[in-house]
Design a protein around this ligand. Structure first.
Ligand code: PMP
Length: 399
C-alpha cells in the first residue's frame, strides 16, 4: 500500500503506549475459555445470576416508551439525571451525604480511573498504591507517566504509619486504594485505619481515590463506611462505584462521586474521551433501579457467592502445598494465596492449565519486586461442586 518506495518511516508511538504492557490476566482468560477448564482466574460475575429478564424489560421500557427518542439521542456528559439521582439515593442509604449533582456517570468505573489520571497527573507525578493492587489501575497510572510507589500493607491493608512515613519523604498527588474486598487480595481496611488515612490525607495535602466495585458483595460482618465518609476525606476523595458486579459488567456503567472542582475537570476529560456514556444503557439502568429491587437481586447473588467462597475456603487447604497461606475475605470475589518458599505461581500455571484448572499468578499485581509465590483465585463463576473438582485438579497440578 506504500505510495512510493522512498516513503519515510512512520513516527514512533508515544513511549507510554509501548512501556505499559497488556494485561496478562486477559491473556490467561483467553487460554481458559477452552471448554472443561475450571477457571479461578477471571474476576467475572456469575452470568447465570444476571437478571436477564428484568434488564430486558428495562431496555424495552427505555426504548419502547416515551423515553425512546431520548434513549437514542446524544445526551449530557454528566449523565442521565435519573441515574445520577438513583446513585445518590444508594450512596445516602450507605451513609454518605450525596446529591445527584455530586455524581458523574462513567463508562464503567474503569473510565473513572482514566479520567482521574487525565485530570490529576502530570508525567513524573507520584501515585501511592497498595501492593499488590488492581492491575488495570497500574496500567492507567503507567499510561499517565506516573511514578507509582507502593505503601506497605499487612493482612488488613494499608498501614497508616507507613503511609505517613512516605508522605514525609515524597510529595505524591494521590493515593489509590481499594479499601473493601480488595482486588486482588480480598482484604478490607478496618474503620480505624480508614479514619487515619483520611486524616493523613488532609494533613499532608493528598487526593484520595477510593475504588469500590465490590462493597455491596458482603457475605459476613458489618458494613464499613466509605473512606470518603471519614473526617478529612470530604473535600479530597473521588469515590468510584460500579454497576458491573451488582447488575452486569456488559452495561459498562459506573459512577464517580467527587468534589465539584475535580468533577468539573473530569467532565471535560470525559468530553474528550467519549462525550457521554451510552444513553440507552443509562436509561435502562435507571428504569431498572425504579421498577426492580436491585438490593433483593444483590441479596440472591450474595447468597450464591457466599456458598462459593465457603467451598473454596473449605477445600483450599487440601489443594495447596503444606505451608501455604491464604486470605479469608468477608466479601468480594477473590482469595489471595501464597505458596511455600521455592514455589513460583507463574511457572506452575502451565501445569494447572494442563490439568484443566486456572488461576491468576500474583506477580503482575505488584509494583516493584513481585512475590512469585502468590496467586489470585476467584470463586464467583463456579458452583461449590465445580469448585471442589477444580481444587482437586489444582492439588494434582501443584503436587
Ligand atoms: N476497579 C477494580 C478494583 C476492579 O476490580 C474493576 C473490575 N475488575 C474495576 C475497577 C473496573 O470495573 P468496571 O469498569 O467494570 O466498573
Amino acid at each position: 500500500m506504500s505510495l512510493s518506495a522512498d516513503a519515510r518511516p512512520l513516527p514512533a508511538f508515544a513511549a507510554r503506549a509501548v512501556s505499559v504492557g497488556g494485561s496478562p490476566v486477559r491473556e490467561i482468560l483467553a487460554l481458559t475459555e477452552r471448554p472443561g477448564v475450571i477457571s479461578f482466574a477471571g474476576g467475572l460475575p456469575a452470568p447465570e445470576l444476571f437478571d436477564t429478564v428484568g434488564l430486558r424489560a428495562s431496555y424495552e421500557a427505555a426504548l419502547g416508551g416515551p423515553t425512546a427518542a431520548r434513549a437514542l439521542q446524544y445526551s449530557t456528559t454528566e449523565g442521565a439525571p435519573e441515574l445520577r439521582e438513583a446513585v445518590a439515593v444508594r450512596a445516602r442509604a450507605r451513609g454518605l451525604a450525596t446529591t445527584a449533582d455530586d455524581v458523574l456517570v462513567t463508562t464503567g468505573s474503569q473510565q473513572g480511573l482514566a479520567l482521574l489520571a487525565a485530570t490529576l497527573l502530570e508525567p513524573g507525578d507520584t501515585v501511592l498504591v497498595e501492593n499488590p493492587t488492581y492491575l488495570a489501575a497500574l496500567q492507567c497510572f503507567g499510561l499517565a507517566g506516573a511514578r507509582v510507589i507502593p505503601v506497605p500493607c499487612d493482612a488488613q491493608g494499608l498501614l497508616p504509619d507507613a503511609l505517613e512515613e512516605i508522605l514525609l519523604r515524597e510529595r505524591p498527588k494521590l493515593l489509590y486504594t481499594v479499601p473493601t474486598f480488595q482486588n486482588p487480595t480480598g482484604r478490607t481496611l478496618p474503620g480505624a485505619r480508614r479514619a487515619a488515612v483520611a486524616a493523613l490525607a488532609a494533613r499532608r495535602g493528598l487526593w484520595l481515590v477510593e475504588d469500590d466495585p465490590y462493597g455491596d458483595l458482603r457475605y459476613e460482618g458489618d458494613h464499613e463506611p466509605w473512606l470518603a465518609a471519614h473526617p478529612g476525606a470530604e473535600d479530597r476523595t473521588a469515590l468510584l462505584g460500579s454497576f458491573s458486579k451488582v447488575m452486569a459488567p456488559g452495561l459498562r456503567l459506573g459512577w464517580m462521586r467527587a468534589p465539584a472542582a475535580l468533577r468539573r475537570a473530569a467532565v471535560v476529560a470525559k468530553q474528550a474521551a467519549d462525550l457521554h456514556t451510552s444513553t440507552v444503557d443509562q436509561l435502562a439502568a435507571a428504569h431498572y433501579l425504579v421498577a426492580h429491587d436491585l438490593d433483593a437481586h444483590v441479596a440472591t447473588v450474595r447468597e450464591a457467592y457466599r456458598a462459593r467462597r465457603d467451598a473454596l475456603l473449605a477445600g483450599l487447604g487440601g489443594a495447596l502445598p503444606a505451608g501455604s497461606e491464604w486470605t479469608r475475605p468477608q466479601g468480594g470475589m477473590f482469595v489471595w494465596a501464597r505458596l511455600p518458599e521455592g514455589y513460583d505461581a507463574t511457572a506452575l500455571l502451565k501445569s494447572a492449565v494442563a490439568h484443566d484448572v486456572a488461576y491468576v499468578p500474583g506477580a503482575p499485581f505488584f509494583t516493584g519486586a513481585p512475590d512469585p509465590r502468590t496467586l489470585r483465585l476467584s470463586f464467583t463463576t463456579h458452583t461449590p461442586a465445580e469448585i471442589a473438582e477444580g481444587l482437586d485438579r489444582l492439588g494434582r497440578a501443584l503436587a
